[in-house]
Design a protein around this ligand. Structure first.
Ligand SMILES: [Zn+2]
Length: 265
């Protein structure tokens, strides 16, 4: 297998790379491990001290659970794997507090964390709007968890597609019409000659629009490569794409070791 990074955007947490000389089963295993098994922090328990806002405690709790928290993956253990065996300690849970009075719009940024490394990824997620005389106060407990338990713990949106294999079979009648047929702008008109823009070829999502341009039959050949994949990680901000993939590989290793151990028994 070979890996080549083709896009890295630190600001929005998106990373794209090409995995080649591999199989769909292997690539999908990595995807599934990321979504289901790479842990992140999320709010799991909330003790409401005061809430006379328009939203019930349960609804606010649901909203809080879905706020992504930056995750210090090395400092925390999954409760089930912690030395406290799930009872709750500083190594497996973190307290977050909030105390505000209206009139005010309560944002995720108003939540105070005891650990500066674990706090809401975005400050402007609205929790509730308070009117004059209304107030909200709670203590929340965030824990590490995994996406197979609840989607709030999934680290991001992960997907892959087969790499496109495009070939121009002959020049079209109308170059501009063929160039315009691609919604992903994969083609170019180079001094009247129709061709593929090599820099944009990985944007092709195999939609085959270029195969159905009226009067331009057989200009293009579009195939999906069965051994090469464009893999995308869109992090929701808890972990960086690098941390996500490293943790996934580590988890994959652990699973294989466990399997090896079971076979020996
Ligand atoms: Zn613990």
């Amino acid at each position: 297998m070979e890996v080549e990074i083709i896009e890295q955007n630190k600001k929005d947490g998106k990373t794209k790379f090409i995995l080649s000389k591999t199989t769909p089963a292997y690539v999908n295993t990595i995807r599934r491990i990321i979504v289901a098994e790479v842990p992140t922090m999320a709010i799991e328990d909330i003790e409401f001290r005061q809430n006379n806002s328009v939203l019930y405690d349960e609804m606010i709790a649901l909203r809080l659970g879905l706020i992504p928290l930056t995750t210090d993956i090395k400092a925390y253990n999954l409760p089930s794997k912690c030395s406290c065996s799930g009872a709750g300690c500083a190594r497996c849970q973190l307290k977050l507090t909030l105390k505000v009075s209206g009139p005010k719009t309560v944002y995720s940024g108003d939540i105070k964390s005891k650990d500066p490394k674990v706090k809401p990824v975005y400050d402007k997620i609205i929790i509730v709007k308070l009117l004059e005389g209304q107030s909200l106060e709670f203590e929340a407990t965030a824990v590490l968890g995994v996406g197979k338990e609840h989607a709030k713990w999934a680290p991001g949106h992960i997907y892959f597609q087969n790499a496109p294999k495009l070939k121009v079979l002959h020049q079209p009648e109308d170059v501009q019409k063929m160039v315009a047929s691609c919604p992903k702008s994969v083609f170019e008109n180079k001094a009247g000659k129709f061709g593929i823009n090599e820099k944009r070829i990985n944007n092709c999502d195999l939609c085959e629009s270029c195969l159905h341009v009226p009067g331009e039959d057989g200009v293009m050949e579009v195939k999906a490569d069965e051994s090469e994949f464009i893999f995308t990680i869109e992090s929701w901000g808890q972990l960086s794409p690098k941390e996500i993939i490293e943790k996934a590989v580590e988890t994959f290793d652990e699973k294989l070791e466990e399997f090896k151990g079971l076979l020996k028994e």
